[in-house]
Design a binder for this molecule. Structure first.
Ligand SMILES: NC(=O)c1ccc[n+]([C@@H]2O[C@H](COP(=O)([O-])OP(=O)(O)OC[C@H]3O[C@@H](n4cnc5c(N)ncnc54)[C@H](O)[C@@H]3O)[C@@H](O)[C@H]2O)c1
Length: 371
């Protein structure tokens, strides 16, 4: 199969969808890999390293989209890329369709096959291609939050762990999944007073077992959130309802409950955000203030640590990419239910129900295409 690796063009996105080691694995099996010039530079991989892995370097993004039967990417295609996508082309990348209707419409129009990293799902309901980036974003959420709580950066001037004789900061984490768990580890490690809110009792039992004593769990509901907000210094939004828009657990009126200079890091921004006042920001201009509360809502947080993120992501995506390349998308999806669940849009039809429901579009069962 011919596999194209375009350079990511989203603001400050330095990750790349394949490492030279991955190129080697694909070419070893007889596939052809086409990498856009300098696609790996942001993650520390030179064109020469890809060539050593057997890849061919192409000068432009048009060349890569022009030749690739499968396009491996990191972020969803942005407007400039829509017209480059070809009918029948397989796109294997993050899409997060539910948060951006124009993307869904453009992909329907393109008649391409859209296999979304974020909905590939294992039988135990875990999301293997979201996990590595969630681990990175969860850990980063605390680094960023701690930073923005500093006075010169707009925060209320509290040190996350405090020092002897002062109370530590209070960190509230909405959603105790992968992002929430890794955020809790980091915040707890720095000595903060951490509360994780979730709706899953089994998850909270698990967290209560493995977390240190400065991490507590609480049922997520409006009453409890309103009770905790007045004393929270840092709130991390980490809720996920797979394939659907995040619920607004903190509404605009609830900001008035919070202390001036407290910080909201809404990691769930890529699914629309679990804080009503969340709007996507970039690494270049990451924050804004509403009602005295600093918001950090960068949609591609792992993009700021591309070295770690590219390796973490490709460790998880490569085995799937190899299956897709070896067998083609139909056969690979027939054989692996986790991959089948990644199918969102095929030849203009929405096959992932939550995406169809979000936009009131007709839903076609995926089985129609896998006969
Ligand atoms: N901004 C970024 O750069 C970035 C990076 C990685 C992940 N994310 C996003 O972070 C979010 C969380 O991802 P994850 O991997 O931790 O998901 P996850 O599925 O592991 O965890 C989500 C958790 O939310 C809980 N939940 C559901 N409804 C809830 C509610 N009403 N109140 C409290 N908890 C609730 C679930 O029980 C689950 O434990 C996703 O939207 C993901 O796309 C963003």
């Amino acid at each position: 199969m011919k596999i194209g690796i375009p350079k990511e063009i989203k603001n400050n996105e330095n990750r790349v969808a394949l490492t030279p080691a991955g190129a080697k694995e694909l070419t070893k099996r007889g596939h052809q890999v086409f990498v856009q010039q300098s696609a790996g530079l942001g993650s520390g991989f030179s064109d020469q390293q890809y060539e050593q892995g057997g890849a061919k370097i192409l000068p432009t993004i048009q060349d890569v989209y022009g030749v690739g039967e499968m396009i491996l990417k990191v972020k969803e295609p942005i407007e400039e890329e829509y017209s480059l996508i070809q009918e029948d082309q397989l796109l294997f990348t993050y899409f997060h369709f539910a948060s951006y209707e124009p993307l869904a419409k453009a992909m329907i129009q393109s008649k391409a096959v859209c296999l979304a990293y974020e909905t590939v799902e294992k039988p135990d309901r875990s999301l293997p291609l979201l996990v590595p980036m969630s681990e990175v974003a969860g850990r980063m959420a605390i680094q960023k939050g701690a930073n923005y709580l500093e006075k010169p950066l707009g925060g209320r001037g509290i040190l996350l762990g405090g020092v002897p004789g002062t109370l530590p900061a209070k960190v509230l984490i909405l959603g105790g999944g992968i992002v929430g768990t890794h955020a809790a580890w980091m915040a707890a490690g720095l000595g903060a007073d951490v509360t994780i809110l979730d709706v899953s009792l089994p998850r909270m039992r698990y967290l209560a077992d493995i977390m240190p004593a400065n991490v507590k769990t609480m049922m997520s509901n409006e009453f409890n959130i309103r009770k905790l907000l007045p004393t929270a210094d840092l709130v991390v939004g980490a809720v996920l309802i797979p394939g659907a828009k995040a619920p607004h657990l903190i509404t605009k009126d609830m900001l008035s409950l919070m202390t001036e200079g407290s910080v909201l890091v809404d990691v769930a921004v890529d699914q629309g955000g679990c804080i009503e006042t969340c709007k996507p920001t970039t690494h270049e201009d990451p924050t804004y203030v509403i009602d005295g509360v600093l918001h950090y809502c960068v949609a591609n947080m792992p993009g700021a640590v591309p070295y770690t993120s590219t390796l973490a992501l490709t460790n998880a995506t490569l085995p799937y990419a190899l299956e897709l390349a070896d067998k083609g998308w139909k056969e690979a999806c027939k054989q692996h239910q986790d991959l089948e669940l990644g199918l969102n849009i095929i030849h203009g039809e929405v096959v992932y129900k939550a995406v169809a429901d979000t936009f009131g579009l007709p839903h076609t069962p995926v089985s129609t295409f896998l006969k």
